[in-house]
Design a protein around this ligand. Structure first.
Ligand code: SF4
Length: 468
């Protein structure tokens, strides 16, 4: 997607996505595969449910003493020779990295996949500062070549088909390549090897940061995380403050459920544990290690209604099962974090106004809650968010009036009975073969893509009386 798309209304972006047959094909294949893999993985893992409860409890307990754990983490990183930077806003986090680049004359930075750096739009800032950012995760590399944004939390190029990737790579290397994943991966591998050796800085996110030991944990499948953290002379890790966990024992709990939820693997192929810069007797590792602890609106939510969203492990499972995401993909959401959890994270980071349309991009079916490894109750918070939009008068006037009228009708038995009786009469011209197929005025959108059953001839109460 281009950023341009995000300036259009959500309904337009969604309509464009729904008409894109390539996108529809790519989304269906990928999300269906992820759903199956996750299901099989948990089916053969009886302790999984108890571990999900445990993981949730750890997240909650950590949030209750977040300041303590962050200080412990910072102390331990510094004890290992690293530098800790506190960033209240995304701008501060980005500025810290740019300052490091300037002071250390960095010309090229290799990156492993990181939603935190997407959040602060780091690549654009690096380019403007004369630093070449190179994404080294295969999916991120693809979308960097396409000048797009990620459309899924763990599979950034999920919206691309093999053929589209072959076109991109062919353009990059100047020769026609087949749509064969092995060939294309080999091309990316060759192109990227040299970059790892040239880069002055490696930039990563952090899946977890262990307070007790000062360890930054990266969970990847491609091995690029290891190169990014060990080959360049400087390593910078950027993480949201909610990623801290107390101990290595807790880490084991999260590792047991994260990859299963994301890709159905027992463990991801690589789990990289970074402890500061290269130590005296070590043969590899960076000369400098910097950890950026970014708040960017998170701490405001600790006592707020969206608190639970801070448990998120960014596994992407809720996107795969969401009937809305599965149809429109990530770009139509128009922000860094897509899918149902993305709506909450966007509200958290950018304020409620940013999601006044997106708050309704959910059927509230509960599938996201069911698969979330830490059982985040996303539907409950989406309802809360809608409530807030109404309360703060952010939702459009027409929407507020319609819902106020509904509430009035549904909370007054007399008005409800009257409206049902009126509805029965008013619907007559529109009922064809026992269905409402096309309604006028404000109701037209409801019947544009679906039929509705007509108002029943008897209400439940009337039938109940008859039965008795
Ligand atoms: S909300 Fe839950 S399912 Fe969705 S990305 Fe976060 S941890 Fe995964």
């Amino acid at each position: 997607m281009s950023n341009q798309a995000s300036t259009k209304p959500f309904a337009e972006r969604a309509a464009v996505a729904l008409r894109d047959t390539f996108l529809q094909e790519a989304l269906t294949i990928a999300t269906t595969k992820f759903i199956g893999l996750r299901k099989d993985s948990f089916a053969g893992f009886p302790q999984g449910e108890a571990l999900r409860d445990r993981a949730r409890a750890i997240k909650e307990a950590t949030l209750q003493r977040l300041d303590d754990y962050l200080e412990r983490l910072a102390d331990n990183v510094e004890r290992l020779g690293g530098h800790v930077h506190w960033a209240t806003t995304g701008d501060e986090a980005r500025e810290t990295i740019l300052r490091l680049c300037r002071d250390r004359r960095v010309k090229m930075a290799v990156k492993s996949k990181s939603m935190a750096t997407e959040e602060i739009e780091l690549n654009d800032a690096l380019e403007q500062a004369g630093v070449v950012p190179v994404e080294t995760d295969l999916g991120e590399y693809i979308i960097q070549l396409a000048h797009e944004k990620p459309s899924h939390i763990i599979a950034p190029a999920i919206h691309k088909t093999k053929g589209q990737v072959a076109d991109l790579f062919s353009r990059e290397v100047g020769q026609r390549l087949p749509a064969d994943p092995e060939v294309l991966t080999a091309v990316a591998r060759k192109e990227l090897r040299q970059k790892f050796l040239q880069a002055d800085m490696g930039i990563t996110g952090a899946n977890f940061a262990v307070a007790d030991t000062g360890t930054i944990v990266l969970v990847t499948n491609e091995g690029n995380g290891r190169m990014v953290t060990s080959l360049p002379r400087i390593h910078v890790a950027v993480m949201g403050i909610e990623k801290v966990i107390p101990s290595m024992t807790d880490l084991m709990v999260f590792l047991a459920i994260l990859a299963r939820s994301a890709t159905g693997q027992k463990l991801s192929v690589y789990t990289t544990l970074v402890r500061g810069p290269r130590q005296a007797r070590e043969v590899e590792g960076p000369e400098e290690f910097h950890l950026i602890l970014m708040d960017n609106g998170r701490s405001r939510q600790i006592a707020g209604e969206l608190r639970e969203a801070l448990y998120c492990l960014r596994c992407g499972a809720c996107l795969n099962v969401c009937p809305v995401y599965r149809q429109i993909g990530g770009h139509a959401y128009g922000h860094t974090y897509p899918g149902p959890i993305g709506i909450l994270l966007t509200a958290m980071l950018k304020g409620d106004r940013a999601v006044k349309e997106l708050a309704h991009a959910s059927s509230l079916c509960g599938a996201c809650h069911e698969v979330c490894p830490v059982r985040i109750d996303i539907p409950r918070m989406l309802i809360e968010l809608r409530h807030r939009l109404d309360r703060e008068r952010i939702a459009p006037l027409a929407e507020r009036l319609v819902f106020k009228t509904f509430r009035r009708l549904l909370t007054s038995p007399a008005l409800f009975r009257l409206s049902v009786a009126l509805g029965r009469v008013a619907q007559r011209p529109f009922v064809r073969n026992g269905r409402l197929r096309s309604l006028p005025l404000v109701f037209a959108k409801w019947t544009r893509t679906r039929d509705l059953p007509p108002v029943a001839t008897q209400t439940f109460t009337q039938r109940w009386k008859g039965l008795r």
